[in-house]
Design a protein around this ligand. Structure first.
Ligand code: NAD
Ligand code: UDP
Length: 355
């Protein structure tokens, strides 16, 4: 693939911003496209602080085809990494239409704009949630899929949309990346996950317990069929995950058609093991209590990453302890995350034909 620019939708968000850093550090030109519904423009400033490079940024929506076409016409873009989407499982059961519209319709509009602009390489953020309650652990990509929530179904449906497109039109290439549980932050402590409101996910919640914003971690159930009764997940350092996207972009150069990859470590940790690992990073025992199960949680999601290891030449480099240490560095040095910094994008970055 020529070294054309990479369009990164959702590039101001948690995983997107860390991927933009790795792309810039690898010398790639990056165009970030984000409507900032779940991100702050301060993340873009922090990317520049870390890399010394200012990414091109548009505050715009993937539902806005005219804005997408405008960006494709302004820049020579060769591929798209598509992170933009709504991601809270619980919220998706409350407002399913918003999730289906934003995540599915938004992706279809993005694909239509890509087709018109003749950009036919896409890396898509899918999720381990597409495996539902998998019968095989560790989970290979060949495992049957069965999403259990509206959010999960948006991921599964978009996978089908992209696969069907690649089948129908042979000049498309796609990597569907099924992420396991991203954790940690940039090792500089300058950038990390910036949840708005009460965090839904284990590690950002626990980090807020550690800085005294939340009283106590609730461990959702200890009667699962696992080694200590709490759920097992495969926690992957966000920088390793970001690197997986660079490897996937490279794979698209081989014109593989549509390919799926698990991005995980292959090592599962229980919630109580995560409590222990984070306590070690923080240097004290943090409070937790066992509560009821959270509806929809499955006992074990651990990746078999063999296919990504072999075909992408990608392997995780960071340990769980390093993920916990980087999370604690970010959280302790930025107790309020990016709150308090100007969150709005400069007016010249805004493209909006929807309103
Ligand atoms: P995030 O919310 O931090 O990032 C998503 C970004 O997309 C945000 O910056 C948001 O402002 C932007 N966005 C949302 N809708 C948009 C739209 N219509 N137009 C333009 N921008 C829009 O989430 P994240 O954790 O970085 O996740 C990135 C992707 O990875 C998402 O698609 C998510 O579903 C997927 N994923 C995340 C996890 C996880 O645990 N974080 C796990 C598996 C998959
Ligand atoms: N979890 C928990 N307490 C919390 C949040 C999560 O015990 O406050 C558990 C949850 O039951 C799951 C694991 O931690 O087993 C990871 O949950 P998270 O929401 O971070 O990610 P998921 O795997 O659901 O996408």
């Amino acid at each position: 693939m020529s070294q054309k620019a990479v369009l990164v939708t959702g590039g101001a968000g948690y995983i997107g911003s860390h991927t933009v850093i790795e792309l810039l550090e690898a010398g790639r030109e990056v165009v970030v496209y984000d409507n900032l519904t779940n991100a702050s423009y301060e993340a873009v400033r922090r990317i520049e602080k870390i890399t010394g490079k200012k990414p091109i940024f548009y505050k715009a929506d993937i539902l806005d085809k005219k804005a997408l076409l405008e960006v494709f016409s302004r820049h020579s873009i060769g591929s798209v990494i598509h992170f933009a989407g709504l991601k809270a499982v619980g919220e998706s059961t409350q407002i399913p239409l918003d999730y289906y519209y934003n995540n599915i319709t938004g992706t279809i509009i993005l694909l239509q704009a890509m087709k018109e602009a003749n950009v036919k390489n896409i890396v898509f953020s899918s999720s381990a949630t597409v495996y539902g309650e998998p019968p095989i652990i560790p989970i290979p990509e060949t495992c049957p899929t069965d999403a259990k929530s509206p959010y999960g179904r948006t991921k599964l449906f978009v996978e089908h949309v992209i696969r069907d497109l690649c089948t129908a039109e042979k000049d498309w290439n796609a990597a569907l990346l099924r992420y396991f549980n991203p954790a940690g932050a940039h090792p500089s402590g300058i950038l990390g996950e910036n949840p708005t409101g009460i965090p839904n996910n284990l590690m950002p919640y626990f980090a807020q317990v550690a800085i005294g914003k939340r009283e106590c971690l609730s461990v959702f159930g200890n009667d699962y069929p696992t080694r200590d009764g709490t759920c097992i997940r495969d926690y992957i350092h966000v920088v390793d995950l970001a690197q997986g996207h660079l490897a996937a972009l490279k794979k698209l150069e081989e014109k593989p058609g549509c390919v799926e990859y698990n991005l995980g470590t292959g090592i599962g940790s229980t919630v109580l093991e995560m409590v222990k690992a984070f306590n070690k990073a923080v240097g004290r025992e943090l409070p937790y209590k066992i509560t009821d199960r959270r509806p929809g949680d499955v006992p074990n999601l651990t990746a078999d990453p063999t296919k990504a290891n072999k075909e992408l030449g990608w392997k995780v480099k960071f340990t769980l302890d390093e993920a916990c240490a980087s999370l604690w560095k970010w959280q302790s040095e930025n107790p309020d995350g990016l709150e308090g910094y100007p969150s709005e994008a400069p007016a010249e970055c805004v493209l909006d034909y929807l309103h």
